[in-house]
Every structure is written in structure tokens, then in C-alpha cells.
Write a protein that binds this ligand. Structure first.
Ligand code: FES
Length: 490
């Protein structure tokens, strides 16, 4: 175990979130150097760390399991070959420790020689000599109480650091490097996810990878020799440092056209339809959480729709379609669209994305179907282990708060997630006169109940009319436009 740990690994070892460690660093309770935390600092802040069980780690795993379903179980163990290779790596670490034990044995021998060969040696002289020798023998590789736990984690997971962005993530079970990065909410460059396009090519700077599938894309020999691999076709055997570009703006995501199929349609009620589209295995949609795409139904009817799912599952895309009488797209979706039908997807579009580097708490306001892009953003924020999330879902009627169980599940499972729902009692798409005043009054009540809201980042999504009122409400408090993000959904 090294003298310093990355934030991700330290959080796993102690059983807390990265956000908690970041908060301690920010408040000066813990020191970090270049994003690494000295083990001594970690133990000073968490003296009982070695005695704790991994309840917190399991708690986080349970949350992820709820969010991403049964795949967690399928990913529980790596391939036997990968497991064997990782254990081999740990064998090397063990060998280093054994060498250190040998150094102490030698020191013991020299101590006897010194005692025998130095008559009149005072206790103070002996103490000084011993201190120097012990310093030499314990350098490097002091075995600290976290080492054993760290070794176990290393068998199950490997850590990957991406340069130059310095994102890091853990690779678990059967995951390819690309899958693990996406699960951690890191938008690496990729295309097919299947070894054909080469867009996920990245350079391994240090550490060992193992190919998990053969790929058609051919990497030139010179690049192979320089350490280039396909992230979709390799996993990590040891901790890795890789060089790879990470998208941090919508401009980094290419425009795509994909023919998907309807996997499922669910009518929540007369007004809301849940649409689940699935892309071909080799042509998935790359997007940032909160963005939308144009859906073309039946070759004729098209509309921009917010994606209601997380980019971590780029093959299964969810949409919440709102019935709009007289709108041909919504009429077709509600009355004619069937399972297995083809749906053309174009996009992604939109700038309603998470400001990932912001340290501020996140306040989400979903009006009616505005829950769709908000859900995508929240799932992404949870992948990033962001804490301090507040969700207010404001519905025209109770029927318009159509998936409260999802929001309640987050609220129940996460200590730092807070959910409230509010029924406006009038159509949020039609805000003439007194209705607008009533909405402002509702927002005032919410804001007065939580004054800290004005210190956070505000995300608002829903029908144009309600979003315009809410955006103006927050801007009038003097919040800069960069801290009030809006999405107008159809
Ligand atoms: S994403 Fe296409 S080759 Fe990896």
C-alpha cells in the first residue's frame, strides 16, 4: 500500500463518499497533495477505520443496485483470468512486504552484533542507533492498518486515473474500461462500444490491461507498442493511468443518427406515456445527462424529447411523452406506436447539463414532464456520488407527478437527498393572471422554507410558461445566469 491514496480509493477504504472527503479537505480538516491523501492523514481523521466493517460501502452498493438493477449481481465477480492476474499483482506486493520482514531479521542480527561488539554502549547511544536503523528498514512500504483492506479491494477492483482531466474511477467485475467509466458518469470518447470504430482508443501510461474480447478495429503496431488499446475491449488488471479525452461540453459530443426500436410502452395515465427505446448493440447514443433528441415516429411525425435516463446506459433510452391534444406526434405516440416499431433518433441537443465541477448543492425544480431531464441529471449526479441534492416536483395536478416512487426511493436511500412534491392545482402550461401569481407564491414558500437554496445551483425543467416564471423568480434574487439552468420540454 502506498503512502498516499486517491480520493476514490480512500473513500472506498474508509467507507465514506468522495464528497465527504472533499468536504473535509475544503474545510482544512484533511490535507491532500495533487488530489492524493496521505494514509497518515486518513488514519488521523478516521482512527477507527480499520475496525469498521464495510457497511457504508455496502450501503452505496445497494443504492447503485436500486438505480441500475440486477446487473450489479452479474458484475459481482471479474473474469477468472482477470481475477488471477490481479491476485498475481498482489503477490508482488506481498513479496515486497516479505522483503521488508527480511530486512528486520537482518537488523535483529546486526543488533546482536552491536550489543556483543560494543562494550559500554549506553542506552541513549543504542536508542539513537536503533532509531536510524528502524527508519531505514521501514522505508519504503510501512504496513499500516488499512493495508489488508486495501489488498482485498484491489482483488475486486482496480482504479483508473485519466489524464489530463484527472478523473478517476473503479473497474469492477466484468466491466470493460469504457463501461466502468460510463457507470462512474465519466463521458469518455467512444462510438460503437463493440471494437469496430476505434473512437475509444486510449493510451495506457502505466499499469496492466487485459483484452476481454477480440475487436475488428486494427490498432497500428507502432501505436500498440506505445500502449494504445481500445477501452471498450479491455479491462484493468492493475491500477491504471490512461490518457484519454473526456467530454466536458456539449460541443464534444458528435451529432448522431440511429434507428432504434420500441422496447416497451407504458401508459402511466391518460396524459403520460413512458417510452423505452433500445438502440442496436453496435450503435448506441452518446449524450450528456439532461440532453434531448429528435424522435421521428412513423417517418412523418417528429419532436424534440428530453431523455429521461442516464448516459451510463446508452443503449436503453427512456422518454416521458406528455399528451397534447391535436399534436400529431403525441397522438401517434399514444394511439399508434407499438412495441418493436422503428424510431429514428437524431441528436443529442441541448445545453441543460450538470456543472460537474461546482461545489454547490443542487436544487432541481421539475414541473410536470420536466421530471424527464431532471431524472437524467439526478441519476448522473448519483453516479458521480454528488451529495446535497434537493428535488421539488411541482405538478399541475397530482396525476402530473407521475413517478413519485422513483423520487421517494432516492429520498429513502440517500441521507443527503431531499424530495418534496407540490400540487399547483392549475395547468402549468397556461399561466395567465392569477395562476402566475399563485405559482410565484408557491416558489416563495419553497424558497423561504429553505433559504440555502440561493447558495446552490438551480436546475429548472418543464413547460415553457412555468420555466419562464421560475427562471425569472430566481434571477430576481441576483443569482447569476450561470447558476440557473433551464430546460423547456414539450
Ligand atoms: S467504441 Fe468503437 S471501438 Fe471502442
Amino acid at each position: 500500500m502506498t503512502g498516499s491514496l486517491s480520493l476514490t480509493r480512500a473513500a472506498r477504504l474508509i467507507g465514506v463518499t468522495r464528497a465527504e472527503l472533499q468536504r473535509r479537505i475544503k474545510h482544512g480538516e484533511m490535507v491532500s497533495h495533487d488530489g492524493m491523501i496521505p494514509v497518515s492523514e486518513l488514519l488521523a481523521c478516521y482512527p477507527d477505520a480499520q475496525l469498521e466493517d464495510d457497511a457504508e460501502t455496502r450501503r452505496i452498493a445497494q443504492i447503485k443496485e436500486r438505480a441500475f438493477g440486477k446487473r450489479v449481481f452479474e458484475r459481482a465477480l471479474p473474469e477468472p483470468e482477470v481475477l488471477a492476474a490481479r491476485i498475481t499483482e498482489l503477490g508482488k506486493t506481498l513479496a515486497t512486504s516479505q522483503a521488508q520482514v527480511e530486512r528486520f531479521k537482518e537488523l535483529l542480527g546486526r543488533l546482536w552484533d552491536k550489543l556483543d561488539g560494543t562494550p559500554g554502549l549506553s542506552a541513549a547511544e543504542l536508542k539513537e542507533w536503533l532509531e536510524q536503523e528502524v527508519d531505514l528498514a521501514t522505508e519504503p512500504g510501512f504496513i499500516n492498518p488499512l493495508a489488508v483492506k486495501d489488498n482485498v479491494l484491489r482483488v475486486m477492483t482496480a482504479q483508473v486515473t485519466i489524464l489530463p482531466s484527472r478523473h478517476d474511477f473503479m473497474v469492477e467485475g466484468h466491466d470493460s474500461l469504457l463501461e466502468a467509466a460510463m457507470r462512474a458518469g465519466i463521458p469518455l470518447s467512444y462510438g460503437c462500444s463493440g471494437g469496430n470504430c476505434g473512437l475509444c482508443k486510449a493510451k495506457v501510461v502505466s499499469g496492466e490491461v487485459r483484452k476481454t474480447r477480440n475487436h475488428d478495429f486494427i490498432i497500428p503496431e507502432a501505436e500498440k507498442a506505445a500502449g494504445y488499446v481500445l477501452l471498450c475491449s479491455n479491462t484493468a488488471v492493475s491500477d491504471l493511468v490512461i490518457e484519454a479525452p473526456v467530454a466536458d461540453s456539449v460541443q464534444d459530443i458528435p451529432f448522431q443518427q440511429i434507428e432504434a426500436h420500441v422496447k416497451a410502452i407504458g401508459h402511466i395515465n391518460d396524459d403520460i406515456l413512458l417510452l423505452h427505446l433500445q438502440t442496436p448493440r453496435t450503435k448506441r447514443l452518446r449524450f450528456l445527462a439532461g440532453q434531448g433528441v429528435t424522435l421521428k415516429l412513423g417517418q412523418t411525425f417528429s419532436a424534440l424529447q428530453a431523455i429521461a435516463s442516464c448516459p451510463c446506459d446508452d443503449r436503453n433510452l427512456l422518454f416521458h411523452i406528455h399528451r397534447q391534444p391535436g399534436n400529431l406526434f403525441s397522438d401517434y405516440a399514444f394511439d399508434k406506436l407499438r412495441t418493436h416499431d422503428a424510431v429514428e433518433i437524431e441528436g443529442p441537443q441541448g445545453e441543460f447539463i450538470l456543472h460537474e465541477r461546482s461545489p454547490r448543492p443542487l436544487f432541481f425544480f421539475a414541473f410536470d414532464c420536466g421530471f424527464a431531464p431532471i431524472k437524467s441529471l439526478i441519476e448522473h449526479a448519483l453516479s458521480l456520488e454528488v451529495e446535497d441534492i434537493y428535488l421539488h416536483w411541482i405538478g399541475s395536478s397530482r396525476q402530473h407527478i407521475y413517478l413519485p416512487n422513483i423520487a421517494h426511493a432516492w429520498d429513502d436511500a440517500l441521507d443527503d437527498f431531499h424530495y418534496q412534491e407540490h400540487v399547483a392545482g392549475f395547468d402549468l402550461r397556461n399561466l395567465g393572471g392569477k395562476r402566475e401569481e399563485a405559482l410565484i407564491k408557491l416558489l416563495q414558500d419553497i424558497q423561504i422554507a429553505d433559504a440555502a437554496m440561493l447558495q446552490g445551483d438551480i436546475y429548472i425543467a418543464g413547460p415553457d410558461e412555468a420555466v419562464t416564471v421560475a427562471e425569472r423568480f430566481f434571477l430576481e434574487f441576483g443569482l447569476p445566469k450561470t447558476r440557473v439552468s433551464v430546460s423547456r420540454v414539450k
